[in-house]
Every structure is written in C-alpha cells, then in structure tokens.
Design a binder for this molecule. Structure first.
Ligand SMILES: Nc1ncnc2c1ncn2[C@@H]1O[C@H](COP(=O)(O)OP(=O)(O)O)[C@@H](O)[C@H]1O
Ligand SMILES: [Mg+2]
Length: 250
C-alpha cells in the first residue's frame, strides 16, 4: 500500500492491449499508463469497446494480445484492489440498505458501516429496501458497497447513465469528492463529454475506428461548466472525435 505517500506511483499499465471477438478487432493496440490518483475518463462511440476495456482491466476478460499490469503484477483475474460499478446498482431487493452493504462482509464493524453510510448520505435510509429508494440513492448504495472494500482502483462503467440530469450532477460531485478524499485512482467510462471534462484529469478516446488519444484536462476543480475554458475543451474534444477517424486501408 502506498496511500498517503508523496511519490506518484504507477497503478496500472496497459501494454499493446488488443481485443478481438470472433476474429473481429474491437480494440486496436492500447498503451496506457495510469498513475495513482489519476482520474481517467474513457470516451468513444457506442460499441467502441469501452466496457470491454474496463472488463479486461478488472480481470473479468483476457486481452487477445498484450498485457495489463497492476502494481507490477500481471492482471489475469479479479483482485480485491479493484472494484467496478455499473449502470445497474445490482442490489438484493429483499435486503435493506444496511443488509445489502453487509453481505459477505463478516469483518465490517458497525462503525465502518455508519461511516460509509454517512459518506454517501444514506444514514437516514439504512433500513429501507432498495425499491423504496430513488435511482440516485440506489447507485449510492452500490457505491457504498464498493467503498467498504477500500479499493485502490475504481472502475465506473457509465454509472450515471440512467439518472436524471440533476441527480447525475450530484453523483458526479460525490464521486469527485470521494476520489479526492480517498486518493482513489478512477477510470470512468462515459459517452457524456461534459461529464468527462468535468471529472477527468485525462481523457482517453478509444475504438476500432479511432486512433488512441490521450487528452490531459488541466482545469482547476471544482470545474465550472459554464466557463469559456470548459466549453472550449468540450468543443475541442467533439471535433477531435470527428477528425481522428482511422482511414480505411486501401
Ligand atoms: N462477449 C462478447 N462476445 C462477442 N462480442 C462482444 C462481446 N462483448 C462485447 N462484444 C462486442 O464488442 C463491441 C464493443 O462492445 P462494448 O465494449 O460493450 O462497447 P461500448 O461499451 O463501448 O459500447 C461490440 O460490437 C460488442 O457487440
Ligand atoms: Mg459499454
């Protein structure tokens, strides 16, 4: 563990990672180095391979070629330092919020549970059942379940996609605050370019039809979506997405 250390550590390294399904290339070779406390947003068109990339990093699926390294260890299977959050919160409807958080967590104390519930602002809802919660609250339960494991690497696969715009912004803010407070390393897949610019320290554009691009975002936080600088970056990325198409061979 190097949390709290001063030196930037490489958490994740992708070396010439590709993915094919049934002989068809989904992802061209990806080389990517992610440092501790980076916030990477992965964007690309629908079907570009974003979820596939996240699944490989999580150890849920193997690259067709190349390799993935986490803290200098080759990723071949899931590991406790990495947690993934999906659009669907995947809660057990017949268990309360607190029970959903306690499943499979023999070692969690009531203090740890209380702290985590407070972090996601669900203290008052801990005895409710998931179906009595709003979509945003359900996603906060899913997030709390992840935080209880103290992950180093947080993988987010369009986790706010099903939420209304207002709830989405408050979830984005919550994630940004937790990321900062807990020195997490985060990888967020999103098709929402504004969301990417609001949260990311670096945006990565992926896809079989796209050249891999890394775009550092150096705006101060919290980011003002109405500022000219913010809007200019959003526009720049939109035009980069359009002009970075790989030309068909021959
Ligand atoms: N297990 C699989 N078997 C075959 N094809 C798959 C599988 N998983 C994903 N694909 C295909 O790979 C492409 C990328 O999928 P995905 O990573 O889900 O895209 P994204 O998340 O960017 O929308 C899609 O064409 C999808 O149909
Ligand atoms: Mg996807």
């Amino acid at each position: 563990m190097n949390k709290g250390g001063f030196k930037m550590q490489t958490v994740l390294e992708l070396k010439a990672v590709t993915k094919k399904f049934n002989g068809q290339t989904i992802l061209n070779p990806i080389d990517l180095t992610i440092q501790q406390n980076d916030f990477i947003a992965v964007i690309g068109k629908s079907g570009a391979g974003k979820s596939t990339l996240l699944r490989m990093i999580a150890g849920l699926s193997a690259p067709s070629s190349g390799s993935i390294w986490q803290n200098q260890q080759r990723v071949t299977t899931t590991n406790a330092m990495t947690r993934i959050m999906f659009q669907n919160p995947r809660l057990l409807p017949w268990k309360t919020v607190a029970q959903n958080l306690s499943i499979g967590q023999a070692k969690i104390t009531s203090e740890q549970l209380a702290t985590t519930l407070a972090q996601v602002d669900l203290t008052a809802n801990q005895h409710q059942y998931p179906l009595t919660l709003s979509g945003g609250q359900q996603q906060r339960v899913a997030l709390a379940r992840i935080l209880l494991h103290h992950p180093e690497l947080l993988l987010l696969d369009e986790p706010f996609g099903a939420l209304d715009a207002f709830t989405r912004q408050s979830m984005q803010q919550l994630i940004e605050n937790l990321w900062k407070a807990q020195q997490l390393t985060a990888l967020l897949v999103t098709h929402d370019i504004e969301e990417a610019v609001a949260l990311a320290s670096k945006i990565v554009i992926v896809g079989q039809q796209q050249l891999l691009q890394e775009i550092p975002i150096n705006l101060p936080r919290p980011r003002d979506r109405h500022s000219p600088a913010f809007k200019a970056i959003v526009q720049q990325i939109i035009s980069q997405l359009e002009t970075s198409q790989v030309q068909p061979a021959g």
